[in-house]
Design a protein around this ligand. Structure first.
Ligand code: ATP
Length: 360
């Protein structure tokens, strides 16, 4: 991808007790998750990109220079849309009129997305004549996202768009966001501190801590690094892409094949053979043995090679990266186990995977 197809953002800004200092080089398509604990500077970063927060720096979005040392486009000149946790709709306008509000203000020749496309992607057709007061939280957010898209932005910023929703509404809206990811040509920067959302939606990830970027890169590769995932603590783990190869109705299981082997997981009604799926395997669910022990309850046993050992990531705990074919896995072991098994780089072992979950 050439420079003109990427997003490059360098910002420095300081408050009394907080400083943001970041240098980002992001893809110009797909969903990039901006991930980190509360207060690490995620919202401040988005505000810098939007021009809402004054910061020193440089920003280029695809082929446009939005900010340099000598000039900065003001907020209203930056062709982006921003969806917040609780975006407010105009209460006196119907859903349709809310959606078309921004659309009508965009000159016809600059419109890249039609209302019909947005209604379809976000399932909005049945809601068009409703008033906002009669929408659920999840429906309201879908309308807010639709309204944002109808301004034909070059960049979509989403700041914890699901965090005000209950669990069920989150589950209901996620498939729409996946659909947008797979259909939209517009890059999305998606702030979240939910590992589940990131695992499911993102293609690329930026991990932040105390105003700085501690890791950035493609999701799978970045999550499989051993130098920072301990920061994810219990959530450290990998994502792999696979395909459903077999459904076993008798045991309510299905088999996912991936580059490196196959895994069995619980069957869900919406899964069928041939479907592509994202699977999450947490480091704490992977143990290692030197031999293939078939006489035990764990059914996912995979041969793998030890690729890297990060010792004592926290006292007493080590993180081991393993390769099954081309696919990396992480195992979170006690340092004593690493010592007792005499694990060495390149050693052949068996991974015992206690739990495999669909990220989708
Ligand atoms: N205008 C401001 N003046 C002073 N301090 C600020 C200002 N805006 C943000 N901060 C501080 O900057 C830090 C980063 O805030 P920010 O909202 O960017 O974090 P965040 O990662 O988005 O957090 P959360 O996940 O809780 O939304 C916080 O300590 C916050 O108090």
């Amino acid at each position: 991808m050439s420079h003109s197809e990427r997003i490059q953002a360098r910002f420095q800004c300081h408050f009394d007790k907080f400083g943001l200092d970041v240098d980002l080089n992001l893809p110009g398509s797909g969903i990039t998750a901006i991930f980190g604990h509360s207060g690490c500077g995620k919202t401040t970063l988005l505000r810098c990109i939007a021009g809402l927060q004054t910061a020193k720096g440089h920003l280029s979005v695809l082929d446009e220079l939005w900010q340099t040392a000598s000039h900065s486009w003001p907020v209203h000149q930056r062709p982006l849309a921003y969806v917040f946790q609780e975006t407010s709709l105009f209460p006196h306008l119907s859903v349709r009129k809310n959606l078309l509000y921004g659309y009508r203000r965009v000159p016809a020749e600059q419109r890249k997305i039609t209302p019909e496309q947005v209604y379809d992607w976000l399932g909005l057709t049945p809601l068009l004549d409703r008033m906002p007061a009669r929408l659920s939280g999840g429906e309201r957010q879908r309308v807010a996202i639709g309204r944002a898209l109808l301004t034909s932005p070059r960049l979509l910023l989403m700041d914890e768009p699901l965090s005000a929703l209950d669990q069920q509404s989150k589950q209901d809206i996620l498939p729409y966001l996946e659909r947008l990811r797979d259909t939209l040509a517009i890059p999305v920067l998606y702030v979240s501190h939910s590992t589940a959302e990131v695992a499911r939606l993102a293609d690329h990830i930026v991990m932040m801590e105390r105003g700085q970027v501690v890791a950035q890169g493609p999701l799978q590769e970045t999550l499989a690094r051993t130098d920072h995932p301990f920061r994810l603590e219990e959530d450290a783990g990998v994502i792999l892409n696979g395909e459903i190869a077999e459904v076993d109705d008798r045991w309510t299981l299905c088999k996912v094949v991936f580059d490196g082997g196959e895994l069995w997981l619980r069957h869900h009604d919406h899964l069928s053979s041939g479907m592509s799926v994202r699977v999450q395997v947490l480091a704490r669910d992977v143990s290692i043995s030197l031999h293939e022990h078939k006489d035990q309850s764990i059914q996912n046993l995979l041969p793998a090679t030890v690729d890297h050992i990060a010792r004592e990531v926290v006292p007493g705990i080590s993180l081991v990266r393993l390769l099954a074919g081309g696919t990396p896995f992480l195992a979170r072991l006690t340092s004593r186990s690493v010592h007792r098994l005499q694990l060495t780089l390149g050693g052949q072992v068996w991974m015992q995977i206690k739990s495999v979950a669909l990220a989708d």
